[in-house]
Design a protein around this ligand. Structure first.
Ligand SMILES: [Cu+2]
Length: 532
């Protein structure tokens, strides 16, 4: 999004409003999934293009892209997919365990940049430099493509999980310029319990609820690994990276030199100004996948989920700095690092998972984390649906029948599916605003004066009719009479998911920006559409 003129904003508040408003005008409903291209034969190119930043800059960068049309896109339910000749991050390569993967890379970088290559850490790679008729030039770490030339890399996708790939040539410059991406290896065997649907109590009922409300399945598979504790309901990928525009400017200035491999750009001192999730800075990351305004930054960061859903997070550290990625709302149970399941008893027939429960999933350059996140509202000590036995509104009088774990999972058609029953019938306000004579003890804030007003449904509660439940049957909806975000469309809880390094939630020193996105918890009947 480049339309905002920052210089005209006279105060921080105005700037915030402008950014938030513009983000929402462009992105009324833009969810995420894990989009990518399918293998096992992948034809890539490395070349230069410009990336857009929300401060209006166009940054000269290098990236991997598709050399011709890929053999396919996944997941099929995500519409409008494209893979141009350059993108950051590079195309997510989606393959299946056991496949022989062949990646052909053509070097279309300016000749001054010299050779380029790809490393696939975690796989045993054979390269075209080692063929009977060698193609490419053996470099320090792997086989490199000379300017205008091609090389190929062949490996077996031996184990499932999320991994990164990146340039193996002059990494300090080429990775900074954008030459990195991710690989997802889907397990060849999915545990039966994963296919039947989650959660484990009343197994299959979340799948039934999905069908009941007409929600599409956007998963690449039903499990991340061949292990019953890696089943999931929904998945998102987040690649963290940063850019120092000074380095990009110098590379751009030298890109037209006609000599080969003569580019000389100092990569220290390193002063990044852009901090990106999936190649975009906030608020751009909340626009749809494949939004036409980002032809070279096709992937977004915009997670949505329902209470209780097991959400697989595929977290990848790109670039060269660590980033303290904090998921608000709950901790993340780590399943695996670099595609290696963390097991307490690896040699037994039924190994137990032993990954830590992390408050912050710190991204490390080159490293990946697969983890499970969920949100249930357990422990709030108030009823997030605002059920109130004294209310006259039938939607405030739903029942909650605890399963073996204490959640309401018996009826897949219930709006309050997966409610934590111990807090049932404990609304925030004992006497809802509208039910109290004289207007009640509390005035709900006017959404127009809140920074994130357009996300605020006018209610602290989840679900359809939540605003009515908040103000009671006699109240106005909400007190200001203004609803920025129709609560019948999406009355979600919004949690910021972001870097806990505050400098990194800026874009070129402007807050908010950078490594920052909003995760939304939607009650069960709201149809989460990740299709773009
Ligand atoms: Cu935080």
């Amino acid at each position: 999004m480049r339309a905002i003129n920052m210089k005209k904003a006279t105060s921080k508040t105005q700037m915030l409003l402008a950014i938030m408003l513009a983000a929402l005008l462009l992105a009324p409903a833009a969810f995420a999934a894990v989009p990518g291209i399918t293998g096992p034969n992948l034809n890539l190119t490395a070349q230069a293009e410009y990336l857009t930043q929300p401060d209006g800059s166009a940054i000269y960068s290098w990236g991997y892209g598709c050399n011709g049309a890929p053999s396919g896109f996944a997941p099929a339910a995500v519409s409008g997919a494209f893979c141009k000749n350059m993108q950051v991050p590079g195309p997510t390569l989606i393959v299946t365990e056991g496949q022989t993967v062949v990646v052909t890379l053509t070097n279309n970088l300016p000749s001054a940049a010299g050779n380029t290559s790809i490393l696939f850490p975690g796989f045993n790679v054979s390269t075209s430099c080692k063929d009977a008729t060698p193609v490419g030039q053996q470099g320090l770490l792997t086989c490199e493509a000379v300017p205008g030339g091609s090389v190929s890399y062949t490996f077996t996708a031996t184990t499932p999980g999320t991994r990164s790939y990146y340039s193996g040539t002059q990494g300090d410059l080429q990775m900074e310029m954008g030459l990195y991406g991710a690989i997802v290896v889907l397990p060849s065997h999915i545990p039966a319990t994963c296919s039947s649907g989650l959660p484990l109590t009343n197994a299959g009922n979340n799948a039934k609820a999905k069908a009941q409300w007409g929600e599409t399945d956007f998963r690449l598979a039903a499990a991340a690994y061949d292990h019953p504790s890696t089943c999931y309901d929904r998945e998102y990928m987040f690649q963290f990276s940063e850019m120092d525009p000074r380095i990009h400017r110098e590379a751009e200035q030298q890109s037209s030199r006609t000599c080969t491999g003569c580019m000389s750009v100092a990569t220290e001192p390193y002063v990044p100004a852009y901090f990106m999730i999936n190649g975009r800075s906030m608020p751009d990351d909340m626009d749809p996948n494949y939004a036409p305004q980002y032809p070279h930054q096709p992937y977004n960061g915009n997670p949505h989920l329902h209470p209780g859903e097991l959400v697989l997070l595929r977290i990848v550290g790109q670039g060269r700095w660590q980033h303290p990625f904090h998921e608000h709302g709950n901790h993340v149970r780590v399943l695996a690092r670099d595609g290696n399941l963390i097991l307490s008893t690896p040699d037994t027939a039924d190994p137990n998972l032993a990954g830590p429960l992390l408050f912050t999933t710190t991204t490390t350059p080159g490293q990946t984390i697969d983890g499970i996140y969920y949100w249930s509202g357990k422990g709030l000590n108030w009823d997030p649906y605002g059920h109130n036995p004294a209310s006259t509104d039938p939607l405030a009088k739903l029942t909650c029948t605890p399963d073996a774990n204490g959640y309401n999972t018996g009826s897949p058609t219930a709006v309050n599916y997966f409610e934590w029953c111990q807090d049932h019938n404990k609304p925030v306000e004992t006497a809802p605003f509208g039910d109290v004579a004289g207007g009640g003890p509390v005035t709900l804030p006017d959404p127009n004066i809140l920074v994130n007003g357009t996300w605020f449904g006018g209610s602290p509660y989840l679900g359809p009719d939540a605003t009515v439940r908040a103000v009671g049957s006699t109240g106005t909806t909400p007190p200001s009479g203004t609803i920025g975000n129709s609560p019948t469309e999406e009355a979600a809880f919004a949690f910021m998911w972001h870097s806990h390094n505050e400098r990194e939630i800026t874009t070129n020193n402007i807050f908010p920006g950078g490594m920052f996105m909003m995760m939304l918890v939607d009650s069960r009947e709201f149809v989460i559409d990740e299709s773009n």
